[in-house]
Design a protein around this ligand. Sequence first.
Ligand code: PYC
Length: 425
Amino acid sequence: MKARFPQRFSAWGLVRHGLTGDDWPKVWRSPELRRSYDVVIIGAGVHGLATAYYLAARHGITNVAVVDRGYVGGGGSGRNTAILRSNYLTPEGVAFYDRSLQLYRNLSSELNFNVMFSRRGHLTLAHNDSSLRTMRWRAEVNKVAGIDSEVIGPDEIKRLVPMMDTSDRTRYPILGALYHPPGGIIRHDAVVWGYARAADSFGVHIHQNTEVTGIDVDVSGGTTGRVRGVQTARGPISAPVVVNCTAGWASLISAMAGVGLPIITHPLQAAVTEPVKMFLDPVVVSGTLHVYVSQTDRGELVFGASVDPFASYSMRSSLEFLEELAGHVLQLMPSLATMRVLRQWAGLCDMTPDYSPIIGVTPVEGFLVDVGWGTYGFKAGPAAGEAVASLIGTGRVPELVAGFDLARFDDGRLVGEKGAAAVGH
Ligand code: PYC
């Protein structure tokens, strides 16, 4: 089914608004909160909105509410570094993130909204033998799955990133890198706005400022129960299907339904500089130096590191983080020393024991989860949304996410992705 965008989004509507100076129309509505929906999705980030969009577009399920205690894209979707890649370590991870990359590549045309996907190539540097071995391992797993990844040496790295110090006189000389040409970046807020607009055009209700305060579970059958709906700060909503698409608060939301999740939440900080002329094409990651950097289309450098080493729900930025980050970035590209950092922020990462997500059913019938996204959630939004929508629409768990079920932690079937989870944790 194609999204039916109202007249106000037509090319002529855009020209008219540009010329007349009339107020720009709202991109999605603010509908009345119904007391009942077929599906309630908790979390209006990329995962929740993608789920709502694919439910409507692929399965014709439109009596759907997306509720969020804040605003669209104000959680993890607005607090990440928008890096896209599929160069994972496990066959499950590679196939899953590759599907997401495919969906991201075509998203502007699917949503009729420019999400500014920018294919840049992705370099993961190796500074010692053991990380070089992991890069080779990843390259082999990637190639078997048909993913374009290979290990390259310092000369090729220097060609791709002339600013990089690839000499052997540095403290952490670069021995090689995993090069993944399809990787890139995207405009994170355009992604959530595009999904929100498209879901809304099918009739999905997006309710911002609507905090979920409880989840109703009927346990009268003597089992672990069946979901009946949610309690919100704006009143109860009944629904036979409730999906937890939150990040940061995933375990607290699931606990409301009596479902325990093996998640520990850590803050992750990031920073952005003033814009400068384009000089850095690929995304550069160093696990050993705990840093990743990319240059946006506007010219800013976006930096991140590993998660803060303590569990917390705090989203405060710290000077320690910035000092350590700057030291590590300058090891790689000393000539950045005069650049000025403009802003810092932090997000929350729900870390699972194996660094893979948890997607699918729970012991409470009708209560589904799309959680545990650690530091890799933004890039996964489209494929996760597509998979959860398919689970709801068909009643079957898609093969692509079967390995990410909650039961794996009881059965000992872990999907260990630590070696590909961006930086050391
Ligand atoms: O998984 O590519 C990644 C990533 C980048 C920043 C945090 N995670």
